[in-house]
Structure formats: structure tokens, C-alpha cells
Ligand binder design. Structure first.
Ligand code: C2E
Ligand code: CA
Ligand code: CA
Length: 703
């Protein structure tokens, strides 16, 4: 220290000596070593403070003047060169230096030190020494290293994890995520994902509502666990993922972001679905299996209750299938079952279910049915589909089936009852010669059977000339004479009794056969009109009933026109009776047809008037000539006083519109007299005559 002190006055020298002592105390207590050294090859120390011992493990006198060891030697071998360069560069350019490097402690340990210092110059500005301070920073270095190691370890976990790891903002953007996340979502790189996705809710989740669900769970629990969702991959593929995540908040409790993991569970989901599918489906046909029957039926019943529908439970059993199976082998049998299953699926709607109970037994649940009749169409389709030839292994097989049907809620209100009833109906179908279906309900079954039979037999009725017309006279109340006749169809099948039009006309309407029948009636009524004219020497009006379907579906106008031409009948003497119920449909088209018919010169009557629910206001728009009061108002005139008022009102209405009013179903003298009294124009009924075969009617006319 006294290297460069000059001779000073004693008082100042003392002061300085005091300061020197104070500095020495300070320096010797510093944690670290104050030094002064030469810039030689050994960094020869010419001064070191007491801190030398703890820093290097050597006593100051061991280091001073390289007595035992030089500082160059203490410096960690690998650091020596660069340390020297840094210090010399600073010193020769008169700069302060500051650096960290390692030294070897006397006990052999390598220690990190921090050194700072500056060059010292003499009066001639020659660099003479270095002065500085060296501190042990091993502890700090070690913790820094630990932190770096830890960071690196976590980074490595983050970077190399198989699971996707992310941080997202509450607004739905990615703050950070790992390569696995990008990979799971099908992006080429982290960069690719962060460039492409700016809105997790809409771009990641298939159901955008999922993000809101995620946030809601976060809000209430602070975390989500096993949150499963479907997400889009970059290429649009959909995968299943599961997420586990938590909120991260700052010390003030402010939400910073969500942090979580993503796992691709598509494969697991796929296997789960496979397992579920196998548990609920028949492996041969892919139809539902027995385990699903009760479940589906219950669902259908609930649905039917809510929507006022009925459910049909159809028990289907292939006829003589065991025979095929036993004689041809199971492979053929299986082939047939697969074909049948496919055909059944084609016959029903998506909302219906088909269950294979096992063997050759199936159950069909037909839902969304409004009425029993709807069932029969499907059943007929099924019978037809099943009985088509089945090709298996280049062999052709013909199979048929028997079906038993029960209906919910009519035939039972629980699964077991309904199945039992369908089953017993199926046995009835087997007994009735197979290849047919039977309804459990006796009466319905009866009615439907008859209907089916009528439809079947009607097919040949025209060709076999089984139809005939009867004629019922209409009496004018002014003249008391026959003023016309209504042609009424009769069906006399080659075997069995006469069949009423009330039984077969509705069936013919439904099947469309009415179009042929209607044409037949028109032609034959016109021919009869010609015979009547020839007999009487003057024409007599003949009325023909036209059913609603004829009105709507066929080209009625041109048919009538053609027939008028063909039969040479005077159209003024042909009357068409249209029931009020036809009016309910499609009024503008209806009115046009009426006008077109009217233009042909025929007269028009509204039949069964008073029973329809259409407003009477329409009447004035219709070019009609007659109202035929429904017989219901006439037949119980005696016991139903209210009918008196109705009859009077209808007659008044008809007359106000310039229409003739006809009463039908007149059976008694009382009715006749009463109707006469209130101004009815014409009458028809058993009181005068029943409908008669043409020959008898002609005889009646002659009298
Ligand atoms: P509708 O047009 O109202 O015919 C009158 C029905 O009442 C006829 O029955 C007739 O026999 C019956 N009748 C006549 N006088 C009396 C009576 O005093 N008392 C009672 N109780 N009944 C009487 P029918 O012939 O069985 O015809 C029934 C319905 O079938 C007809 O009712 C009509 O709607 C329809 N229909 C008949 N023939 C044809 C036809 O050729 N074509 C079409 N589309 N429908 C027809
Ligand atoms: Ca009629
Ligand atoms: Ca009528």
C-alpha cells in the first residue's frame, strides 16, 4: 500500500495511517480477496487481503510473491488463457475489468470466482500493477446451474411428451404448446399450428359448445378432468381427445391462463364402440340383437305416448327354414339369413328397429304409425320382399315367412305382453298356411282380412263381369211422377253373396281400382239411359255417383266427355253426384273441375249434403243443380225434432240458391208428407222403391 506514498506532513501522515488502518480492517473482513498483482506470467501477488485463505485455501503469505503457489497456477487450467486475454486487453486500454472463471482451491475443489479490477499506472503513465477484488461465487453458480438444469429437464419433458401440453388464454388462443399437441392435431410443426389456429372454440372443437362447457367446468371447479371431446385435425379428420387442465392465477388471484394436457383417445373410443356394437348387434346380419329388444321397445312406447302414435311389434319367422338349414348346411342357411335381413331393412323406415332374436326369428318394431292400416302396407311389402328368390352359392332358394303382430297400446302395455301376443299371432299365421301376417286383435284381424280379400277379388271383378247396376227412382213432388233415377253399383261375385258398395267402394278408393270401376259405371249408366229413352220415347235423368278419388286423381272431365260421345247420351240427362266430403280437398282445383264438367252440359248434385264439415258459403260458387239431403236427417225425423229445423234450413238454403232439393232415404208416409209440406222438390227412398235391376226398373217405368 505504501508503494507510492510520498513524504507527507506528520499530521496528514497520521491521518492517512488511521485511514489505512480502517481500510485494512474493512478489507480483511471482506468476504473475498483484495489483491494487487503484477502483470507477469504468474500474476505475482504483491498484496493480498486476509480473504485469501477462504477463497483459495492458501494463506496470504503462501500466495504473495508466489511463495508456495502462483495465482496463475490457481486459475483453472482451461480458463487461464482467456482470463489473461480479457484482463490484459482491459489493462492495456486502461479499462476496468469484470469476469467470472474457475480456480482450483487448495483442497482440490474447483471454485467459481468473480473478479473485478483495474490497472495501476505510475507517474510516467506506465502500467505497473493490477488492483482488484476476487469473490467466491460458487454457490450462486451452482444454483444458477441447478435452475438451468431443471428448466432444461422440464423443457425436455414438454418437448418430448407424447401428450399434448398447452397453455391457452381464456379467450381461446394458444399461448404455448408442445410439438405433441401439433402432432396430435395433425399440423406439421408448432409453427404450423400457431399460424393456423386462432380460435380454439371454432377451429378445434367439432361442437363449438364444447369450449363453453370446458370454461363452465373450469369456473366451478378450477380444473377439468378427463374432458372428452371430438376435435378436427388439420386435414379435417375428426378424432377423440381427452383433456386434463387447470387454471393458473397470479398472486392477486387474477386468471392468467389455462394449462393442460391433451391425449388422443380415438383408438380407445373406436374399440369401445366396437365392443358396444358387438354386444348389441348380431354378428351374422348386423341387425340389433336380443339384448336391445326390450330397450328399443320401451323407447318406442315412450315416443308413441308422446306423439299419440301406435307401435307395431311384428314377430317374423321364416317358414320351413330348419329344413333348408338341415339339408343344405349352415353356410347356405346363413347366406339366406343375411339376404333376408337386408331385405327387411329395406322395407322399414330408419326410425323402425329390426332385431334378430336368433335362428330364423326376427322382431320388427314399427314406430310413428297413426293407424292399424299403416301396418298392413309394410307387412305386404315384407311378405313380397322375403318371398323373392334368394341366390346363395349360385343356388336359388324360395323362402317365405309368417308374421304375427301386436300393437301398442291396444294389445298390451308392457314389453312381455306385447311380445307374447305378437308371438301367438305369429303361430296363428303359421296355422293359416304360412306366408301371411296376422294381427293379434281378433276383430281387427277379421276386418283387415276381409279388406285384403276384397282387394284381391276386386282385381278380376270387371273382367269377370261381376258388376251390375241397380236403379232407384226419384219422384218429383210437383208431378208425383218418376223424374229420374240414381244408378247404384252392385257386385255379384261368381261365388258368394252380393257385396254392398259400402264394403268395396272404400277399398277400391284406397287402391285406385275405383278409376276403372267408375268408368264402368258411367258407361253402363249411359247405356241404360239410352235404353230408357228408347222405351219411354223421351229421356230420363240418370244420376251416377262419383267418388272423391275419381274427382282428384283421374282425368274425370275427359273421361265423361269421351263416354258422352261414345254412348250418344244427351248430357243434360246425365247427373253426377259428388259427395260433400270431396269438397274438403283443394277447393280451387275442385271448382275448376265442376265448371269443366258443367261445360260438357251435364247436371251436378251434391250428395250426402249436411254431413260434410265444409262451410255452406261455398255453395254459391259451385255450378250445381241439386242438393241431396243426407238420409240421416230423414230417417229419424219422427224421433229427432232437431232434424226438422235442419231440413227446413237446407231446403230454404237450396231454394235461395235456385237449387232443387232432393231428400233420400224416405221410408215412411209420414216422412213423405212432412217433406212435401216443407217444400222439398224430389224424393228417393224405399217408400217409393228400392234400387232395382234395369229390367225391373224399366217395367216400373212402363206402369
Ligand atoms: P248414396 O249415394 O247415398 O246412395 C244411397 C244409398 O242409400 C244406396 O245404398 C241406396 O240403396 C240406399 N237407400 C235408398 N233408399 C233408401 C231408404 O229408403 N232407406 C235406406 N236405409 N237406404 C236407402 P247403396 O246402393 O248400398 O250405396 C251405398 C253407397 O255406395 C252410396 O250412397 C254411394 O255413396 C256408394 N255407391 C253406390 N254406387 C256407387 C257407384 O257406382 N260409384 C260410386 N263411386 N259410389 C257408389
Ligand atoms: Ca248417391
Ligand atoms: Ca247419399
Amino acid at each position: 500500500m505504501n508503494l507510492y506514498t510520498k513524504t507527507l506532513p506528520p499530521n496528514l501522515t497520521r491521518l492517512l495511517q488511521d485511514r489505512e488502518r480502517m481500510l485494512r480492517t474493512l478489507i480483511s473482513n471482506l468476504k473475498g480477496m483484495v489483491y494487487c498483482c503484477l502483470l507477469d506470467a504468474d500474476w505475482t501477488m504483491i498484496y493480498v487481503s486476509d480473504g485469501c485463505l477462504s477463497l483459495t485455501g492458501y494463506k496470504p503469505e503462501d500466495l504473495l510473491f508466489n511463495h508456495v503457489i502462483s495465482y496463475e497456477n490457481l486459475t483453472f487450467a482451461e480458463d487461464r488463457e482467456w482470463v489473461r486475454k480479457v484482463i490484459e486487453d482491459a489493462a492495456y486500454s486502461s479499462r476496468h475489468y469484470d469476469l467470472e472463471y474457475q480456480i482450483t482451491h487448495a483442497n482440490g475443489e474447483i471454485r467459481w470466482v468473480h473478479e473485478s479490477g483495474l490497472p495501476l499506472f505510475n507517474e510516467d503513465q506506465e502500467l505497473v500493477a493490477l488492483e482488484g477484488f476476487i469473490q467466491d461465487i460458487t454457490q450462486r453458480k451452482r444454483s444458477e446451474q441447478l435452475a438451468r438444469d431443471a428448466e432444461a429437464r422440464y423443457r425436455s419433458i414438454f418437448e418430448n411428451a407424447i401428450e399434448g401440453i398447452y397453455q391457452t388464454s381464456p379467450a381461446g388462443q394458444y399461448l404455448d404448446f408442445n410439438p405433441a399437441l401439433a402432432r396430435i392435431y395433425g399440423y406439421e410443426s408448432i409453427q404450423d399450428l400457431s399460424n393456423s389456429v386462432s380460435d380454439i372454440q371454432c377451429q378445434i372443437y367439432v361442437d363449438p359448445g364444447k369450449r363453453a362447457e370446458y370454461m363452465a367446468i373450469m369456473e366451478s371447479r378450477g380444473q377439468v378432468q378427463n374432458f372428452e371431446a371430438q376435435v378436427y385435425k388439420k386435414n379435417g379428420d375428426i378424432i377423440w381427445i381427452t383433456e386434463n387442465a387447470r387454471e393458473v392465477r397470479d398472486s392477486d388471484g387474477q386468471l392468467l391462463f389455462y394449462e393442460g394436457t391433451v391425449e388422443d383417445i380415438s383408438e380407445r373410443k373406436y374399440y369401445q364402440e366396437q365392443i358396444e356394437y358387438q354386444a348389441t348387434h348380431d354378428s351374422l346380419t348386423g341387425l340389433l340383437n336380443r339384448t336391445m329388444l326390450a330397450d328399443r321397445l320401451e323407447q318406442s312406447m315412450h315416443f308413441a305416448d308422446r306423439h299419440q302414435h301406435i307401435v307395431a311389434i311384428a314377430f317374423l319367422d321364416l317358414d320351413h327354414f330348419k329344413l333348408i338349414n338341415d339339408s343344405m348346411g349352415h353356410q347356405i342357411g346363413d347366406g339366406i339369413l343375411m339376404i333376408i335381413a337386408e331385405r327387411l331393412s329395406e322395407c322399414v323406415r330408419d326410425s323402425d328397429s329390426i332385431v334378430r332374436l336368433g335362428g330364423d326369428e326376427f322382431v320388427l318394431l314399427l314406430t310413428c304409425l297413426a293407424k292399424i292400416e299403416d301396418i298392413t302396407h309394410t307387412m305386404r311389402r315384407i311378405l313380397a320382399a322375403v318371398s323373392l328368390p334368394c341366390m346363395v352359392d349360385d343356388l336359388e332358394f324360395l323362402v317365405s315367412c309368417s308374421i304375427g303382430i301386436s300393437v301398442y297400446p291396444d294389445d298390451g302395455r308392457d314389453v312381455n305382453t306385447l311380445l307374447k301376443h305378437a308371438d301367438s299371432a305369429m303361430y296363428k299365421a303359421k296355422q293359416s298356411g304360412r306366408n301371411n301376417f296376422q294381427l293379434y286383435t281378433q276383430e281387427l284381424n277379421q276386418a283387415l282380412t276381409e279388406r285384403i280379400e276384397i282387394e284381391y277379388r276386386l282385381r278380376n271383378a270387371i273382367d269377370n263381369e261381376e258388376f251390375l247396376l241397380h236403379f232407384q227412382p226419384k219422384i218429383s213432388l210437383v208431378t208425383g211422377k218418376i223424374c229420374g233415377a240414381e244408378a247404384l253399383i252392385r257386385w255379384q261375385p261368381s261365388e258368394g253373396p252380393l257385396i254392398s258398395p259400402l264394403s268395396f267402394i272404400p277399398v277400391a278408393e284406397e287402391t285406385g281400382q275405383i278409376e276403372f270401376i267408375g268408368r264402368w259405371v258411367l258407361i253402363n249408366a249411359c247405356r241404360a239411359a239410352s235404353q230408357i229413352k228408347a222405351l219411354l220415347g223421351r229421356p230420363l235423368s240418370v244420376a251416377v255417383n262419383v267418388s272423391p278419388r275419381q274427382f282428384r286423381h283421374c282425368d274425370l272431365v275427359s273421361t265423361v266427355e269421351r263416354i258422352i260421345l261414345d254412348t250418344q247420351v244427351d248430357p243434360a240427362y246425365l247427373e253426377l253426384e259428388i259427395t260433400e266430403s270431396s269438397l274438403v280437398h283443394d277447393t280451387p282445383a275442385f271448382i275448376k273441375t265442376l265448371h269443366d264438367l258443367k261445360a260438357l252440359g251435364v247436371t251436378l248434385a251434391i250428395d250426402d249434403f249436411g254431413t260434410g264439415y265444409s262451410s255452406m258459403a261455398y255453395l254459391k260458387d259451385f255450378p250445381v243443380d241439386r242438393l241431396k239431403i243426407d238420409m240421416a236427417f230423414v230417417s229419424n225425423l219422427e224421433n229427432e225434432p232437431a232434424n226438422v229445423a235442419i231440413l227446413k234450413a237446407i231446403i230454404a238454403l237450396g231454394h235461395s240458391l235456385d237449387l232443387k232439393v232432393v231428400a233420400e232415404g224416405v221410408e215412411t208416409a209420414y216422412q213423405q208428407a212432412f217433406l212435401h209440406g216443407i217444400g222439398c222438390d224430389e224424393m228417393q227412398g224405399y217408400y217409393f222403391s228400392k234400387p232395382l235391376p234395369l229390367a225391373e226398373f224399366l217395367k216400373l217405368l212402363q206402369n
